[in-house]
Design a protein around this ligand. Structure first.
Ligand SMILES: C[S@@+](CC[C@H](N)C(=O)[O-])C[C@H]1O[C@@H](n2cnc3c(N)ncnc32)[C@H](O)[C@@H]1O
Ligand SMILES: [Zn+2]
Length: 293
């Protein structure tokens, strides 16, 4: 595990006091302790707060996502995210260090690529602490395998294990969002980078699944964020994708919410495909936390 600073920004999920690193994991002043798993991550979800035995994405979905992402089809999305975050960092006034949380990090693709990108650019001089949180322990286990030097936690975005006003950037990619929590953990000068589908995202696949293709609606984040955040920039990344071979097509389907919403017949239709042309259309919204005045 990696502990850049002895002053921790983590928060005990039981009593809300700071969590400090120990030899085996983390502990607060009230002696609530959380051991690191053998793989290196730490589970901060309290058993009685779980809504199901294994919340979040299951191992198959995680494997599908990892296979698909590792083939590079979303690297341009990841590059766009990295650029947006590099721009935010270059706007920080003489920071001595900074902290980034990927909330709903899945199997770690975006956070790993962010770290690699920032290690090269102008932000290379800036000490950055990376945190990844997902409620699925399967996802977090995979993420830990990607990079053990980052701090990975099993935790919910609805109960983030960070102190108030402790993070510079919260990244949220294709995951549930809790803007009140994001606002709580972000510093006064903090930034939320929200990434979600644009109007044409996965057109091509959606036409096969639904008889009538609707455009994605404006994400409700814009409305929900208003109380805590001001929208600073929106950028859109859109490009065509051609998938060949059924495995990768099924992996893409397995990553999407469609997988759970379609019937067997529709699934069979996708399972018969050997080639698929579709659109990637992703929107990156950068929000600044509003001052409480
Ligand atoms: C569609 S995946 C996106 C994962 C990753 N950001 C990516 O784009 O590859 C959504 C993720 O949100 C996670 N998730 C669902 N509910 C969550 C919650 N309440 N707190 C944290 N993560 C959650 C799931 O386990 C899953 O990994
Ligand atoms: Zn405690």
């Amino acid at each position: 595990m990696h502990h850049a600073h002895m002053t921790s920004i983590l928060q005990c999920p039981v009593c809300r006091k700071p969590l400090l690193p120990t030899a085996s994991g983390y502990q607060c002043a009230a002696m609530h302790s959380f051991d690191a798993a053998r793989q290196g991550y730490v589970n901060l979800v309290l058993a009685h707060k779980k809504h199901s035995k294994e919340p979040g994405d299951d191992p198959e979905m995680i494997q599908s996502r990892r296979r698909f992402l590792d083939l590079g089809y979303y690297c341009r999305v990841s590059d766009g995210i990295n650029q947006a975050i590099a721009a935010v960092l270059s706007g920080l006034v003489s920071p001595s260090g900074c902290s980034v949380l990927d909330a709903g990090c899945g199997e770690g693709f975006y956070l790993q690529r962010l770290k690699q990108a920032l290690a090269q650019g102008r932000a290379a001089q800036l000490p950055i602490d990376y945190y990844g949180v997902d409620v699925s322990r399967f996802a977090v286990r995979q993420a830990t395998q990607r990079d053990r030097t980052m701090a990975w936690f099993v935790a919910s975005i609805n109960d983030l294990p960070f102190l108030d006003d402790s993070l510079d950037i919260v990244l949220n990619v294709f995951s549930p969002a809790n803007v009140a929590q994001f606002a709580r953990v972000l510093k006064e000068s903090g930034t939320l980078v929200f990434v979600g589908p644009g109007p044409r995202h996965l057109n091509g696949l959606r036409e096969i699944i639904y008889p009538v293709t609707r455009e994605h609606e404006e994400p409700s984040i814009t409305e929900k964020a208003k109380e805590h955040f001001a929208l600073a920039t929106v950028s859109r990344i859109t490009y065509p994708l051609e998938l060949s071979g059924n495995q990768v097509i099924m992996d893409l389907l397995g990553m999407t919410p469609y997988f759970w919403n379609i019937d067997q017949e529709t699934k069979a239709r996708v399972a018969a495909l050997d080639r698929l042309q579709l659109d990637v259309d992703v929107e990156i919204r950068v929000f600044n936390k509003k001052n409480r005045g």
